[in-house]
Design a protein around this ligand. Structure first.
Ligand code: HEM
Length: 409
């Protein structure tokens, strides 16, 4: 048994029983971190984190997300593993998700001024066309890998459109984000620190060139808008631009991929719900919310306590690491009746899959649009959906992901 802090634990599936026990007996539990081996040109490094508070109940995850002055994203970043050096911490803090007010507020305002519901709606026709094309090709084949052939492709095509990139370059997005999010997986990042840094170098030089082109000849795409937008008379600096671009590349692709593949997996394993969806087209929006709850593609984000405090009855000391487990909050029976039952008509469904509060996911409406459109296009063909081999899971304690999902229609 490796415990919830170890990426390998999740290769066998999310340990929902462990989370249920924690919610019941020890809702804010101290968790030791395992030794993880990384490597770089300097040799092998065995690292062990400080340990952290695991927050499992819905109300406490929401409370900590809202108390941003006490539970900081900027202090040591929002990722589970601490930055190794001061320079790493400074780099980490360039990502929106790892910032606190007032800088977070300023950059988020700038980004939301261009990443608007209108900008997302403008992508709707393109998303529909991509979804139709992908569905036609898998339906024709009958047997396919739902990760490579469907779930990975749709967000990549949409992201290329959103970022104004040539579609042919989307494999770069795929490689970069696999390396970063799959850092702990032996097949992707393999714990290789040099390769991780190299991905940033490559991606930033691509982003800078794109920004320079768009500043010279702005178009309607998000990159043109981001490269030229101003808040309080200031543009994003090159560094700020590159980091936001990188965040979109990773956040806009892996997460939606795992939502789609995890959803197809869930439907294949719940024939009653699959039949319900096939019979009731109007169920699609509620089904997407329930699948977001069920899959919880991002399982946790982390905070650091800025002072001695208390959460859900537990004393927490200044500087402690506090990890908010959305994947557990989403199965809390204090909020969801019969939480371990997939119910595509569940209403209300206040899941926390997109977080809550100041850092609420900026891509939520885009994700919803992609997932709804794909489900609408797939629905007429889904009646015979079945697994066609064993799914392969990603080794990650951060994203709930599949590397392959063989299915047939
Ligand atoms: C299933 C899909 C997705 C899930 C589950 C998801 C989940 C999340 C979560 C939980 C957060 C909160 C982080 C925190 O509180 O520390 C977040 C933030 C964010 N997400 Fe998403 N996301 C998804 C898709 C997307 C997409 C498609 C984009 C962009 C194209 C995106 C961009 C962002 C950004 C920029 C933030 C940072 C917001 C901030 O710090 O103010 N996400 N996401």
């Amino acid at each position: 048994m490796t415990g919830i802090a170890h990426p390998a634990t999740f290769a066998a599936g999310v340990p929902h029983d462990t989370f249920a026990r924690l919610r019941r007996d020890e809702p804010v539990a101290w968790t030791e971190e395992p030794v993880l081996v990384r490597h770089s040109a300097a040799g092998r490094i065995a690292e062990r984190g400080s340990g952290y508070w695991t927050v499992t109940r819905h109300a406490a995850v929401a409370e900590a997300s809202r108390r941003t002055d006490v539970f900081s994203s900027g202090e040591r970043g929002a990722f589970l593993v601490d930055p190794r050096t001061k320079a790493d911490l400074a780099r980490t803090r360039e990502l929106l998700v790892n910032m606190d007010a007032p800088r977070h507020t300023r950059i988020r305002r700038l980004v939301t001024s261009v990443f608007t519901p209108r900008a997302v709606r403008a992508l709707a026709d393109g998303i529909r066309a991509h979804a139709r094309g992908l569905v036609a090709s898998v339906v024709e084949r009958g047997r396919f890998d739902a990760v490579d052939d469907l779930a990975a492709e749709l967000p990549l095509l949409v992201l290329a459109d959103l970022l104004g990139m040539p579609r042919a370059d989307r494999h770069l997005l795929f490689r970069w984000s696999n390396h970063l999010v799959g850092f702990d997986d032996p097949e992707y990042g393999g714990g290789d620190i040099d390769a991780y840094r190299q991905v940033f170098v490559e991606a930033f030089s691509y982003a800078l060139e794109l920004a320079a082109q768009r500043r010279a000849r702005p178009g309607e795409d998000l990159v043109s808008l981001l490269a030229t937008a101003e808040v309080d008379g200031r543009r994003l600096s090159d560094r700020e631009f590159c980091h936001f671009w990188m965040l979109l590349v990773v956040a806009g692709n892996e997460t939606t991929r795992h939502l789609i593949s995890g959803s197809l997996h869930a439907l294949a394993e719940h024939p009653d719900q699959l039949a319900r969806l096939c019979a009731e087209p109007s169920l699609v929006p509620a089904a997407v919310e329930e699948l977001l709850r069920w899959v919880t593609p991002i399982m946790q984000f982390r905070r650091t306590a800025t002072c001695d405090t208390e959460l859900d009855g537990q004393k927490i000391a200044k500087g402690d690491k506090v990890v908010l487990y959305y994947v557990s909050a989403n199965r809390d029976r204090a909020v969801f009746a019969d939480p371990d039952r997939l119910d595509l008509g569940r209403d209300p469904n206040p899941h926390l899959s997109f977080g809550v509060g100041a850092h609420f996911c900026l891509g939520a409406s885009l994700t919803r649009l992609e997932a709804r459109t794909l489900l609408e296009e797939l629905r007429p063909h889904l009646a015979g959906l079945a697994l066609d081999g064993a799914p392969e899971r990603l080794e990650s304690n951060f994203v709930n992901g599949l590397k392959s999902l063989p299915v047939r229609l």
